[in-house]
Design a binder for this molecule. Structure first.
Ligand SMILES: CC(C)(COP(=O)([O-])OP(=O)([O-])OC[C@H]1O[C@@H](n2cnc3c(N)ncnc32)[C@H](O)[C@@H]1OP(=O)([O-])[O-])[C@@H](O)C(=O)NCCC(=O)NCCSC(=O)C[C@@](C)(O)CC(=O)[O-]
Length: 304
């Protein structure tokens, strides 16, 4: 396989720590700690932060306080403060809370779709349609997620053509970008490249993002492979926080600090301050009472 494009000069990092990172935490995390995390991340130079979700509190109790978090963060100009919204009810609550944009989340696996949002893939797409219309009427951009792009916790292997189909549907209904979620972190660089080749037949590469969990330790390698394929937006989570409530054993997203360190090493610009990002990760790790999941942060802190 030969690289299709040159390495990008600039990469956009989508920080999902406050949402994907914290949604699975069993211990209560105060609104103040969530607000502090978001503000720390934007102070470090992140321009896109997924702050929370407007989903059923019965399904994901940790995200129940998302409106309060939005009310208390210091919204800076030029920063996108986003939230997940599975349906029209979620969109209405998100708009009320003052989001900059929202994300809908579908899956390439039927079983995961049922477990995560209680409906089939087709039903989920039908549910997103009125949300897309309402978002457009309110001038809100919508990002799309596809989960289980490189494997499903219930169905195993997932055909890249199925991913391409769902990504196409999301893009066609108006999502400005489609984030490809390796929910269980089982993907490898070769499969990642095959996936991007398949999906890019339906959605342009510059409208794709990579969302890699690090369960099998492949996330950075998969990001590097995606860069070789011309993808230049990646989701990551400070301190490697997270896991999906509907993917048992899935570890956190790739740590933002580790992605940034790699990008800095490649001479790729992001506009993010590594030391401040490490400090943000350390603070939330202290709140959670466990060591950071970022290897770069651990190395830097050990060297101090
Ligand atoms: C989609 C539903 C709501 C369907 O859940 P349902 O039970 O089928 O929905 P329903 O319409 O029958 O409503 C049931 C109850 O939920 C309420 N409800 C309905 N909608 C909302 C809403 N928006 N906000 C607040 N409440 C809501 C509704 O009002 C009702 O309340 P009740 O009458 O029982 O008191 C549910 O399955 C749900 O909330 N799922 C969320 C799951 C989730 O957040 N998962 C984690 C995020 S996805 C992820 O992490 C993967 C990703 C994106 O990171 C990428 C990757 O790594 O793969």
């Amino acid at each position: 396989m030969t690289p299709t494009t040159e390495m990008p000069r600039r990469v956009r990092l989508v920080e999902v720590g406050p949402r994907d990172g914290l949604q699975n935490e069993k211990q209560p995390i105060s609104v103040a700690d969530k607000v502090r995390l978001v503000d720390d991340l934007t102070s470090a130079g992140l321009h896109y932060v997924e702050v929370g979700s407007f989903v059923s509190p019965k399904w994901v109790p940790q995200m129940a306080g998302s409106a309060e978090v939005f009310a208390q963060i210091k919204q800076k100009p030029g920063v996108t403060y986003a939230a997940l919204t599975p349906n029209l009810k979620g969109l209405e609550a998100a708009i009320e809370a003052g989001v900059s944009e929202v994300a809908v989340f579908g899956a390439a696996s039927e079983a995961f779709s049922q477990k995560n949002i209680n409906c089939s893939i087709d039903e989920s797409l039908a549910r997103f349609a009125p949300l897309m219309t309402a978002a457009r009427e309110n001038g809100i951009q919508v990002r799309g997620y596809v989960s289980c792009v490189l494997g499903c916790p219930y169905e195993g292997e997932v055909d890249p053509k199925r991913v391409a189909h769902v990504a196409h549907e999301l893009f066609a209904m108006g999502c400005y970008e489609v984030s490809l979620g390796d929910t269980i972190g089982s993907g490898t660089p070769g499969k990642t490249r095959q996936l991007i080749e398949a999906v890019s037949r339906e959605v342009p590469r510059d409208k794709l993002a990579g969302h890699f969990h690090d369960t099998y330790g492949q996330a950075l390698a998969n990001i590097y492979a995606s860069l070789q394929e011309g993808v230049c937006t990646f989701d990551s989570s400070v301190a490697g926080l997270g896991g999906c409530p509907y993917a048992k054993g899935a570890s956190g997203n790739v740590a933002s600090e580790d992605v940034l360190y790699m990008l800095n090493g490649l001479g790729i610009e992001t506009g993010i301050d590594l030391d401040m990002l490490i400090a943000a990760g350390q603070r939330i790790s202290d709140v959670l009472g466990r060591p950071t999941g970022s290897r770069v942060a651990r190395a830097r802190l050990a060297a101090q």
